[in-house]
Design a protein around this ligand. Structure first.
Ligand SMILES: NC(=O)c1ccc[n+]([C@@H]2O[C@H](COP(=O)([O-])OP(=O)(O)OC[C@H]3O[C@@H](n4cnc5c(N)ncnc54)[C@H](OP(=O)(O)O)[C@@H]3O)[C@@H](O)[C@H]2O)c1
Length: 244
């Protein structure tokens, strides 16, 4: 397929719905080979079938970010099938509970950190060698505004996203002598299941769609995009369609 991402191999976690699905669809349209990962294999296979029908190259990998074994199996499977990885979109996340910190359930706290932080560390550890085989590895981390702007009731979601941002910065510094570029996107309020779970009284139709911000993720994935260590507010990008 032709397109600005032709010849590029991209892993998108959480690719069966929401923002991850929109990114996968946009990457496929731009000619990337897409590796779609999440827990719900049936939903992933449906997405893969739809994309394959448009001529896209798509591979499905089962990934449960709550399980270290599943993460290792997924990265090994990707390494078995692909000699390099050009793009890693760390999109999948867990919302946790909407409870005050002081009474936050510790099992939920640990689960959120496992999915949002530890899993992304293990994914980077498993994918780093493949990313370094790319002439322009691009790592795009999905974070959230609550990582830096405190909001009551956001508990382990907010704190784990802050940790994830820190993880991304450390990885970026340690990969500074390579062609890898690491950037973070805060999607801001977007019409997805996670947003509906987080703000059930909100009318979803007042929110922007995941598809509207998918082109931002193409811009960040291009080999010509040399941005490094940026934190991009998707609403600001949408208003200007400029990265900086
Ligand atoms: N929507 C917003 O307003 C908003 C705002 C700020 C930040 N974000 C961020 O944007 C990203 C995408 O969010 P979204 O709104 O598109 O969420 P979503 O619609 O709930 O999708 C989340 C995705 O993550 C996957 N996932 C969840 N737990 C997983 C696990 N344990 N292992 C593997 N995959 C798992 C889900 O698939 P399975 O359940 O099949 O595994 C699903 O594909 C997240 O990082 C989120 O924090 C979203």
């Amino acid at each position: 397929m032709s397109g600005r991402l032709a010849g590029r191999v991209a892993l998108i976690t959480g690719a069966n719905r929401g923002i991850g699905l929109a990114i996968a669809q946009e990457y496929a349209r731009e000619g990337a080979t897409c590796i779609l990962a999440a827990r719900n294999l049936a939903a992933l296979k449906k997405v893969a079938a739809d994309l394959t029908a448009t001529g896209a190259k798509v591979v499905v990998v089962e990934l449960d970010q709550e399980s270290d074994d599943s993460i290792r199996a997924a990265t090994q499977e990707i390494a078995r099938q692909f000699p390099k990885l050009d793009i890693f979109v760390a999109n999948a996340a867990s919302l946790g509970a909407r409870k005050p910190i002081i009474s936050y359930p510790m099992d939920t706290w640990r689960q959120t950190f496992q999915v949002n932080v530890h899993a992304n560390l293990l994914l980077l550890q498993g994918l780093d060698a493949l990313l370094k085989k790319s002439d322009a590895g691009r790592v795009i981390i999905l974070s959230a505004q609550v990582a830096t702007v405190a909001k009551a009731g956001t508990g382990s979601y907010a704190v784990s996203k802050a940790a994830l941002e820190s993880l991304a910065r450390v990885y970026m510094i340690e990969a500074k002598d390579t062609p890898i570029r690491v950037n973070t996107v805060s999607p801001m309020a977007t019409r997805t299941k996670m947003r509906a779970d987080a703000a059930p009284s909100e009318d979803p139709m007042t929110l922007k769609t995941p598809e509207s911000i998918a082109p931002l993720f193409v811009a960040l994935a291009l080999p010509s995009c040399e941005l490094q260590g940026e934190w991009i507010n998707a609403d600001k990008w949408l208003a200007s369609k400029k990265l900086m």
